[in-house]
Design a protein around this ligand. Sequence first.
Ligand code: HEC
Length: 105
Amino acid sequence: MRLCLSVLVVVFGVVSLNAFEASAAGSAAVGKVLATTWCSSCHLVSSEQQTATTEAPPFESVAQRSDDEIAALALFLADPHPPMPQMSLTRQEIQDLLAYIASLK
Ligand code: HEC
């Protein structure tokens, strides 16, 4: 019985670790939904979008930056950039947004 329990603990540990790794990497699909919801009033977030209202850089042009430069944007996005309102993005949301931007290369 005790052995059975520890096997369960190990299996659960491995499964939850995998889930964590998958989410820590950021999901481009979730990022697209976030970008469409929160960023598209100013940014062109995808080629499907026709208009944006400010001089904010289109995400397709941000995607041309190097992987390191895109990763560095996590810090930039942790604080709002004027005129972007305070959105209090979580770390996970930031990773999802950056995964989406990187997917536009
Ligand atoms: C109210 C308008 C507005 C909203 C909403 C907005 N932005 Fe921006 N963003 C701008 C403007 C204007 C710039 C260019 C000026 C600057 O870099 O600060 C910019 C610049 C950027 C840049 C380029 C920064 C750089 O290093 O050049 C990124 C990346 C970015 N925004 C991401 C986002 C994301 C992701 C969202 C949604 C969560 C978002 N923005 C929402 C207006 C906005």
